[in-house]
Every structure is written in C-alpha cells, then in structure tokens.
Design a protein around this ligand. Structure first.
Ligand SMILES: Nc1nc2c(c(=O)[nH]1)N[C@H]1C(S)=C(S)[C@@H](COP(=O)(O)OP(=O)(O)OC[C@H]3O[C@@H](n4cnc5c(=O)[nH]c(N)nc54)[C@H](O)[C@@H]3O)O[C@H]1N2
Ligand SMILES: Nc1nc2c(c(=O)[nH]1)N[C@H]1C(S)=C(S)[C@@H](COP(=O)(O)OP(=O)(O)OC[C@H]3O[C@@H](n4cnc5c(=O)[nH]c(N)nc54)[C@H](O)[C@@H]3O)O[C@H]1N2
Ligand code: SF4
Ligand SMILES: [Mo]
Length: 860
C-alpha cells in the first residue's frame, strides 16, 4: 500500500474537525503593536525543545503574549550562545492555528493514507475511557501486546515516565527512535569502551576531521559546537570535512573531501595504514589503555589464561602472560603459544585488513584521489604531537590536538557501527581518546557488559527484537523493526500478537526508511497518537490526543552542556494558548489511575528516575509541576524550586582534572584495568553466539554469514559495501539525505509559516541536488522536474544543479513532502525521500540505513 498525494487529497470529508478554518484565532494574531504598548512585560527562562539541541531560552512576553525568544545570556558559559531560526520562531508552535485542540476519534474503520478517517471530536473523558478499557483487556491477557513508541516525546517529558508506565503495566515494549537517529555511533562506542557519547575537545583542538556531522545546519550539541568551531577556527584550528555533499560545515572548512557515500571506513583504514607505516603511532597509549597488544588466537578470540585473564606477549620473558607490572607487551608480531600461532590485535588489523588498504585501493573505492588521502594523513601526523603533554588550568595531561568526529554521516548506514569503529581505532592508535584537544569520551566503562558477547535471546521478548539474536546489540531499541514484526510476528518467533500502539510525539512511519511497510503495519493495531498537529502517524490512528507544546508544559528538562560545563535545568510553561488540559505526563498519570496501577507506577517512577533523597510518594496527586519539583529537588540536593522558576537552571563549569582525568585515565590505564577494545573481542564473541543460537533454535530468516561480516572484530573492506551497493550496483547513483536548518525532523516545523515566508523560497521546499556534470549528462537543467527511482519506488521533484555534491551522488533533504490534506499548501511542498530509501539496518544495533540506497535519476 503506497498512496500518492493525489489519492490522499481526493474526497476528504472530515477535514473541518482538524483544519484551521474551524479553529479559534490564536492570541498571537490578535495582539497588534498598539495593544502591546501599555501591557506588562515578563521574561520566562526555559529550554527550547523544538529540536534535540535543548537551547537555553528567554521568552519575552508582553500582555501575556510571546513577543520574542532569545538565548538566555546566563547560560552562555554553560552551553548555547545563540538560537537557530526554528527556535527564534518557536512561538509559532504554540500559536499555530493548525494545532489539534480536541481529542479525535476515527469513525472510518478502514485505515490508509488514502482513507478519510472521518474524524469526530470526543471529550477527554470518552478518550480516556476508550483507551483504558482496551488497555485493561490487554493487561489481563498479555501486557506485552501494548507498544509505546516515542520520538521527540523523550525530550518533552523524558523517557523515565513512559518506562515507569511500561514497568507498572507489564510491557517491555517502550521504544525510542534512536535507530532512525544515531544508534550506530552509540553502539560503536558501547562495544569499544563500555558506554557512549563523544565530543571533540574543540577548545584545544588544532585539526578537526568531521565525517558528516552537520553542526551548522543540524547536529546535536550544535548551538554550542557551531560557536566553538567558529572560535577555534579564529584561533587557527583547521577543519577537514569529509562528506559527499558541500554542507555548511564543508563550505566553511579548510578542506572538503567529497567522499563517495558509505565508504568512510576504507578512507579511515587507509589513513590508519599510512600513519602506521610512517611510525606515527602512540605505542605507550596502545599498550597501557587498549587491547591492541592482546594476543588473538586462530579462532579470532583473545587468548586467555585459566583465570580468564587476557594474555599479551611479554618481550622481557618471551612468554604469553597477563599484562602486569614489569611486563613489556609486544605491539606487533606473530608468536607460538601451546603450538598455536597467535598474533597481537594490531598485527591482525594490519596484516589482514590494512595491508591491502593502500591509498590507491581505498581511494578507488571511496572515490577520493590517493593524493588527498596522503595529504590528510600528513596533516594528522603534523598536528598530533605524539609523546607530548600540555597543561590546562595547571593540570598536565597527554596532548593530541586532533579529533575525528561524526554524527549521522558515518553511521546512518548498514555498517554504521564498523564505520565509526574505524575512526575510534585510528584515534586509539594516536592516543587521542580523552587527550587535550582530542576526543572526549563520556562515562567510560559505565556498562562493561556492552563490551562482552551479547546474549542474543530467542525467541525475542520485545517487538523491536532489540537484544534478540536479530539485533544483539540493540542497546537503544530498534524502532523501525516494530512495524515489520507487527506485520508478521510469527516470522520472528514473537510469542504474542501486538494489539495496540501509542505514538507519543513521533511521526515514526515518515521518519523511517521504506515507509510503505511502516504505514501498512498501522492497519494491524489499534493506534493512539499524542500530537500537536495532525501528522501521517496521527492520520493512521484510531484516537488522536492533542498535546500541549514545549512552551506550554513542564519538564525536568533534558539538557545539553558544553563539555566544560554541567547543569540541571527545567522547562516551564511560557504560555497557554488554547487552554489545553493535557500533556504526555498527565495522560500517563490519568491512564495509570484508571487502570488501577497508580501505586506501581509511582514506585516505578522513583526507580526509573533514580531518585535518592526526594521521592514520589504513593497516594499523592502529582501534577506536572509538582512532579518536576520532586525531581529537581532530588537532583539539586534540595535547592528551592523557586530558584528553578526564576533562573531555569543551576550549574557551572568543570575542572580540567575532572574533564580529562575521569575517563580512560581512571578506568583503563595500566595493568589490571579493562582495556578499550581496539580488537573487538566482544563482537567476535557475539558472532559465535549468533551462530549457536541460530542452529540450536532453528532460526530460519537470519543469514549467519552476513552477521559474521557485520560482527567482524575489526573494520574491513566489506564494511564499505552495504547491500544496495552490491545488489543494485548497476544503478548509477548513490542517494543520500541530510537535515536543513529551517526544518525539524519530519513534521515539527512544517506548518510554521514563519520559516517558509520569512526565510524565503529556499526554505519552502527541498530539491534533488544534482552535480552540474551529471545534470548535463542526463539532460536536465536547474528547476526541471526529475524522477528518482530506486528498487522500492519513485519520487518526483525539482532538480537543483550544484557543484556542491559529487557527480555520482544525489542528495535530497529530509523533512519535506507531507501528505496531510488539512495542512496548508506551503507546508506540504517538496519530496518525501523516505519513500524511496531502502531499509537495510545495521544488524549489530538495528540502525536505519538512510544513506545507503542506489538510484537512477531521469527527467520527469
Ligand atoms: N535543523 C535541524 N537540526 C537538527 C535536526 C533537524 O531535524 N533539523 N535534527 C536533530 C537530530 S535528531 C539529529 S540526530 C541531528 C543530526 O545531525 P547530523 O548527523 O549532523 O546531520 P545530518 O544532516 O542528518 O547528517 C550529517 C551529514 O552526513 C552527510 N552524509 C550523508 N551520507 C554520508 C556518508 O556516507 N559519509 C559521510 N561522511 N557523510 C555523509 C550529509 O551530507 C549530512 O551533511 O540533528 C539535530 N539537529
Ligand atoms: N531520510 C531521512 N530520514 C530521517 C533523518 C534524515 O536525516 N533523513 N533523520 C532521522 C533522525 S536523526 C531522527 S531523530 C528521526 C526523527 O523521527 P521522529 O521521532 O518521527 O521525529 P519527528 O518527525 O520530529 O516526530 C516528532 C513528532 O512530534 C511532534 N511534536 C512536536 N512537538 C510536540 C509536542 O510538544 N507534543 C507532541 N505530542 N508532539 C510534538 C511533531 O509534530 C512530529 O510529528 O528521523 C530520522 N529520519
Ligand atoms: S537548535 Fe534546536 S533547541 Fe536550539 S534554538 Fe534551534 S530549534 Fe531550538
Ligand atoms: Mo536524530
């Protein structure tokens, strides 16, 4: 089922219930300049949650109406100096006439984007009654049949309330969107150093190599990183941007390397080889902090003694021993232990994978001249200052002012984990992790189990198959898999049939590659969507609940801080525009109450929030404000909540010894400590568990050979060849997508006219980016209509001829091409690229493949 927009627009009868025509005129429009003059002014400190950057804001109100949103100057040292156009025009999210204002019930049982839901407005009581009756039935039968999916919702109220609800209700299916977002990067980190979260130490860095991390247009931490990079560039930091498209960061870089999509891994491997050949390696770091010297047996696993300790080759005693005081481990070489040939992890990488990865060989695959790869390697060697230390605030520490960084560029693809691991490994080779000017790692070794072989359960407990044999390291849920399992639960051995889905602030089917099955799956379940405006997901729902916006509601806010700061903040309401009653928090509270599980919910809330001194008490009513107060008081050691309301936060900067000294320094350095997994022993172990599980349990639909390649202990050439690059090799172009500054995700800002009209034509729609040479060869000119065809479908849109993309690559931004009939024309323009992007998730973590597809392009 794949409806075209024309199908959807045709014959809709119930639009009045959700269209602007029927809405009250919001206060925003009623207040003209003269009315403003005399009215009182008020400033509210809060947090922008328009996107995931969580910028600190000051909203100025006059006469109760928002007149401006600006960055909070008090939090400049903590995080953001500025706001983006979305945040500045964010008041529109509240005053938007296209907002949902009443609960809606579908009266047409037939679901589809081409079906008129025939909405009727219902009361909140009826909505809660209908939902809780269904939930009670499911809870009595098998609570796992309830699926809660959130996207942006995680940042509106946090995921601890939904998780607590899931616990109290009894479903494991509380699913966040991270596999459509950045999961591969997180899992690459998880399996390598036991947790995730990296940030370059830009303030002290001299060479930043950015692999598709879009800090001027998208990116998380962007409103800190944009200023930090700009300041560092003024100081002299060089920036190399490696990505197929001339993004804004690439346009402002010292060097743009337009790499072929999906081939970053071989580019990095070639750099690694060149640096090893040039003797540019940090031997003491590799020996003291990583498992690179550990011995790998013929079975591909690290050699261990009877006590389970990993062995290295001691060059003093010429024996395989655990790394201890006095032992001088060999970093390279092949040795005989108990009659078996063993090699160090570094030796295995070089001999088996890097040796063939000459700049010429890698350049050929990556579409980058060998000379460019050599030049980048030279720049790294010139800047990395092996063997040196420096002082920051009097704290003396390893100095390696080079960082390789990515967000979705390297990771939104089939072998995302391995692409990112290649960069982590290169940085280990140079001693960059947690060095001054290098790559700062978050909470090293916080989850040591992530570095162990995964459990690979079968049959799966969860509908997204996370941590099952299908996605053994799905530590961050596997959101797009839900639809596929719902369509055929038996195929995956799921022991139940899902019945109901609640979507909280996510336009899941639209944000996922290959949208067709995602929408089709919604026909199988009873769906409730909690939204601010009608979306495609809501359109496929049985009940739609209108939510308060981020400027109207409370949250113990998700916060971001620069690496040099820490803080605790709240989000508080600035306005109440339509007098709506509920948000995600109150909806969960009311449902828990009606289901009779409030006590269990409250107990679980204390658990999921990890409250220590101030806790939720059973038998008490907690509105959203009171709930935030409890968490704030616990988190701040009892600071008065009035402070939070006045200033919005408490926080300060971090000392150098804590910044550099708490990660790998404290956790990994020296004998007896866990080591960064240069050699992915845990990955190799998981491959073995997968093979065993598949054979023992008779799993039919899992290709063990493919999993073995994905779960290779070290990055290898095959990781530059995701499925479509192999199977659809004949299609001439690579297709990529990316974010734009003026839009947020698939639906957050599309009905905001300010972003379209104030920013002009360029913001109004997206286009098919085609290189000038390619355009000439297929006979299209700027503005012509072109059709992109992939193995799963076609889309048509306007072409934009540019030198800012590789000739073999086609770029189409995310965010556009919506199918909601009740939206104004301006908000529906452009191309929905996810209709034609193939889904080939990274099987390690379940990451969605948004940058892997191959396509053809022709004049329409
Ligand atoms: N304006 C705006 N800002 C946002 C968001 C938004 O929707 N709008 N969303 C937020 C969210 S949730 C996230 S996760 C972040 C994402 O932030 P980023 O990951 O920084 O942004 P993206 O544009 O998704 O992708 C990054 C870049 O990868 C490049 N790229 C594509 N394929 C490849 C490849 O194979 N190799 C390399 N090296 N590069 C490639 C693209 O050209 C793009 O510039 O942005 C956040 N900020
Ligand atoms: N092709 C392609 N696909 C991509 C990406 C890409 O770059 N290219 N990016 C990916 C990334 S990084 C991500 S994170 C996902 C995002 O995917 P989703 O989680 O689906 O994100 P959104 O589309 O932002 O969905 C959030 C929904 O929340 C609604 N919303 C906003 N504010 C509120 C509120 O206050 N209350 C409620 N109830 N709802 C609200 C919005 O209207 C929107 O419909 O998409 C991914 N998909
Ligand atoms: S970057 Fe995101 S959080 Fe910051 S102002 Fe823009 S929309 Fe708001
Ligand atoms: Mo994301």
């Amino acid at each position: 089922m794949r409806a075209t927009r024309r199908d959807i627009l045709k014959g809709m009868t119930s639009l009045a219930a959700i269209s602007a025509a029927s809405s009250a005129v919001p206060a925003f429009a009623q207040v003209g300049p003269s009315a403003v003059g005399a009215a009182a002014e008020e400033v509210v400190k809060s947090v922008c949650v328009h996107c995931v950057n969580f910028c600190a804001i000051e909203a100025r109100k006059v006469g109760g109406v928002i007149r401006s949103i600006r960055p909070d100057p008090a939090r400049r040292d903590i995080y953001n100096h500025g706001l983006c156009p979305k945040g500045v025009s964010g008041a529109f999210t509240s005053y938007n006439p296209y907002r949902l204002k009443k609960p809606l019930k579908r009266t047409n049982p037939k679901k589809g984007l081409d079906q008129d839901p025939k909405w009727v407005e219902i009361t909140w009581d009826e909505a809660f009654q209908t939902i809780s009756e269904r939930l009670a039935k499911i809870k009595a039968e098998n609570p796992s049949k309830l699926i809660w999916q959130h996207g942006h919702g995680k940042y509106l109220i946090g995921d601890n309330f939904p998780k607590a609800f899931g616990k109290a209700f009894g479903t494991p299916n509380i699913i966040h969107r991270t596999t459509t977002c950045e999961a591969a990067r997180h899992v690459g980190d998880d399996v390598t150093w036991g947790y995730h979260g990296i940030i370059p130490d830009v303030d002290n860095c001299n060479l930043l190599i950015a692999f598709g991390t879009n800090y001027f247009e998208a990116e998380q931490f962007a409103r800190w990183l944009d200023h930090a990079v700009t300041r560092a560039k003024e100081r002299g930091m060089k920036v190399i941007v490696v990505e197929p498209r001339l993004s804004h960061p690439a346009a402002k870089a010292d060097m743009w390397v337009p790499i072929r999509p999906g081939k970053d891994v071989v580019f990095v491997m070639a750099l690694t080889r060149l640096l090893i050949d040039a003797g540019q390696i940090d031997e003491p770091f590799l020996v003291t902090y990583t498992n690179a010297p550990q011995l790998v047996g013929p079975n591909g696993r690290i050699l261990r003694n009877a006590a389970g300790e990993p062995l290295v080759w001691d060059t003093v005693t010429n024996a395989a021993v655990p790394y201890a005081e006095g032992v001088k481990p060999a970093l390279r070489g092949s040795f005989t232990v108990d009659g078996k040939t063993v090699r160090t992890g570094l030796e295995v990488y070089y001999a088996d994978h890097l040796a063939e990865m000459t700049p010429e060989a890698a350049g050929e695959i990556a579409g980058v001249p060998a000379e460019t790869i050599r030049e980048v390697a030279k720049m790294i060697a010139a800047e990395v200052r092996l063997g040196t230390t420096t002082k920051v605030q009097g704290y003396s520490h390893r100095y390696r002012p080079v960082a390789l960084y990515t967000w979705r560029g390297m990771t939104a693809k089939e072998f995302g984990v391995q692409n990112w691991r290649s960069a982590l490994i290169l940085q280990m080779l140079l001693g960059i992790p947690d060095a001054v000017g290098g790559l700062k790692l978050g909470k090293v070794y916080d989850h040591p189990e992530y570095m162990e072989p995964a459990k690979c359960e079968y049959p799966p407990k969860r509908v997204d198959l996370a941590k099952s044999v299908y996605f053994p390291n799905g530590h961050h849920d596997v959101c797009q898999q839900v639809a596929l399992t719902v369509l055929d639960p038996k195929a995956y051995g799921l022991p139940y049939v899902p019945e109901m889905q609640i979507f909280y602030a996510t336009n899941r089917p639209m944000s996922t590659a290959d949208t067709g099955p995602q929408f089709a799956s919604m026909e199988k379940t009873f769906n409730v969507t909690i939204e601010v405006h009608m979306t495609e997901t809501a359109w496929m729902s049985d009940i739609v609940l209108p939510d308060l916006g981020y400027l109207e509601s409370w949250h113990f806010a998700p916060t971001r801080a620069s690496p040099w700061a820490k803080h605790t903040a709240i989000r508080q309401p600035v306005v109440s525009v339509f007098g709506l009653k509920h948000d995600g928090y109150t909806i969960l509270w009311e449902l828990a109450k009606r289901l009779g599980i409030l006590d269990a919910y409250v107990a679980a809330m204390n658990d999921t929030w990890g409250l220590k001194t101030v806790k939720f008490e059973k038998g008490k009513e907690y509105g959203p404000k009171e709930a935030v107060e409890v968490i704030w008081r616990d988190a701040t050691g009892g600071k008065p909540f009035d402070d939070a309301i006045k200033t919005g936060f408490v926080g300060g900067t971090v000392k150098a010894e804590d910044f550099y000294g708490k990660g790998v320094e404290a956790k990994c350095k020296g004998p007896g400590k866990p080591k960064l997994q240069f050699y992915g022993d845990g990955l190799a172990g998981t491959a073995a568990v997968i093979e065993k599980t598949v054979s023992e349990k008779g799993v039919k639909n899992l290709d063990v050979e493919k999993y073995k390649i994905a779960y290779a202990p070290l990055p290898r050439k095959e990781h530059a060849f995701p499925t479509p690059h192999v199977e659809a090799a004949k299609l001439p172009f690579y297709l990529i997508s990316f974010k734009r500054m003026y839009r947020n995700q698939s639906a957050c800002s599309n009905t905001n006219p300010i972003l379209n009209f104030a920013l002009g034509k360029d913001a109004a729609e997206n286009a098919v980016l085609i290189n000038g040479r390619t355009a000439a060869s297929i006979g299209v000119a700027d503005g012509d209509l072109v059709t992109i065809e992939t193995r799963i479908g076609k889309v048509t849109g306007k072409c934009k001829v540019t030198e800012g993309i590789r000739p073999d690559t086609i770029g189409v931004s995310y965010h556009y091409g919506h199918a909601i009939p009740s939206w104004p024309e301006y908000s529906r323009k452009g191309i929905d690229v996810n209709r034609v992007i193939e889904l080939h998730p990274d099987v390690i973590c379940g990451m969605n493949s948004t940058n892997d597809t191959k396509c053809n392009v022709t004049k329409a």
